[in-house]
Design a protein around this ligand. Sequence first.
Ligand code: ZN
Length: 326
Amino acid sequence: MGFPTQRLRRLRQNEAIRGLVRENKLSASSFILPLFVVPGSAVKEEIAALPGNYHLSIDCLIEEAVAVRDLGIPAVLLFGVPETKDEQASGSYSPNGIVQEAVRALKSKVPGMLVVTDVCPCEYTTSGHCGLMRNGYLDNDSSLELIAKITLSHAEAGSDIVAPAAMLDGQIHTMRQALDSRGFHNLPIMAYAAKFASKLYDPFFKEGTHSTLKFGNKQTHQMDFSNSNEAMREIALDIEEGADIVMVKPALFYLDIVYRAKQEFQMPLAVYDVSGEYAMIDAAARLGRLDRDAIMLEALTCMKRAGADIIITYFAKRAAELLRGK
Ligand SMILES: [Zn+2]
């Protein structure tokens, strides 16, 4: 029984009807805003590739987090930009490291805000690589020991969710064991489970964390963007090792992976709408080619439709403002 009995346009006549039957609705309660913390005080410098996002010293980070919380965004994801780096990434697990200090400050000054911490050494190594290098190759098992140290330092500082980003084999197992052995049984792990070796991260490394690679590439640990079955194997292993939330990164070019991950695993699923995605939309809007706000909401809604429960995005504040107006 098709046309003329069936007319799908009946339910598209006006916004009220469209709203009633809308399948996926965006909400600020799904957002996590990445924040970049730097040494010093009274520092709030806009990141050129990510307009509306800043390098923040801890005092300014607190102000920003209060504004974020007031917009109904429940969580921030912290990245540290340390004063100095070394081969061993010793700043990454120091109890007085930039992220550890920031976590303590946020937990005491901005109650109710969830603080997620990125567990990866690459902001702290002189090479810019995600662990310890041996003969030009990222050494897996010695880097796992480093990951365990970083994880525990974040847990002790008060992190609410630890988010390992290095794509090392066995990192979730290593972290879960380390956490449980020190009594952090209830600290969730959000695993960057299917993280692809993407050029969409360039603005983040060049301008966000100043951790562009000194040599080589990340293709020996991050995934080949040609692969989908392998992404499912990565996610399955992370779940087996104890991940509580799994993530696909980047988001927009990878919505087939997001959809497949949700269908196959029915796990809490995060996507990371990365710096290059933000920069593309922002640049096109500046050229007058795209409507920034409209495209932002379309992109974020499509991530939800594909299956994302959680959206990590540099658009979080503006999107929350727009949603509040609706
Ligand atoms: Zn890394």
